[in-house]
Write a protein that binds this ligand. Structure first.
Ligand SMILES: [Zn+2]
Length: 207
């Protein structure tokens, strides 16, 4: 437990820039990053052209200094979530970084194939500051709720099962746990994002 806390408090590693030209456009980029074991973030000025920024981080969190003073809502940002236990939709950190960067008009997270893509789109009424305040207030509550839900699902899964090395079984339980934790976040975002002028949708096709 202590070890975990120490790891948590380590500074977030700086992202490593990668070649933008390998991604022809938004949909090509999302197809290529879906299912990768490393987290990759792509930022587009025009979604039918290669990204203007591409970088890779660890499988946990990526921090990036987004360009400031860019025309509001001009950019589209997308990234994948490699963690096997959760991550179908935005993390709280994703919503924080969106609300701190009004240059981002559309933020997307590419889940696994069956999860599709979750999308937040800023409308004319988008209140980035209001959203930031709200998510900072609710961040810990969400973390606890979604973690608790995932762990309960894990407990339920293994209740009548013996410990195993069966990879199929482990994959099934991780999927179940991930769905449960994601469900808590999805319910919250469905309520909160529209209140602050963002459309929250899921494209179910995992292309
Ligand atoms: Zn994310």
């Amino acid at each position: 437990m202590l070890k975990n806390l120490e790891q948590e408090s380590k500074p977030i590693p700086k992202p490593i820039p990668i070649d933008t030209a390998q991604f022809a456009n938004l949909s090509d980029g999302e197809r290529k990053i879906r299912g990768l074991s490393k987290e990759v973030q792509l930022i587009f000025l025009e979604t039918n052209k290669p990204p203007i920024v591409a970088f890779q981080g660890g499988s946990k969190r990526v921090s990036y200094d987004f360009p400031k003073n860019v025309t509001p809502k001009l950019l589209t940002s997308t990234h994948n979530h490699p963690n096997i236990y959760w991550g179908g939709t935005f993390s709280q950190q994703d919503i924080i970084s969106l609300s701190q960067n009004p240059a981002i008009g559309m933020k997307r997270v590419v889940g696994r194939k069956i999860e599709g893509t979750y999308i937040a789109i800023a409308t004319d009424k988008a209140d980035y500051d209001g959203l930031l305040k709200q998510i900072l207030e609710d961040e810990i509550m969400l973390e606890v709720k979604s973690y608790k839900r995932s762990m309960l699902a894990l407990g339920e899964f293994w209740q009548d099962e013996k410990p195993t090395d069966d990879q199929d079984k482990i994959a099934r339980q991780s999927k179940r746990s991930r769905q449960e934790g994601t469900g808590v976040l999805v319910t919250y975002y469905k309520k909160i994002l529209p209140e602050y002028g963002f459309v929250y949708v899921r494209d179910k096709k995992g292309r």
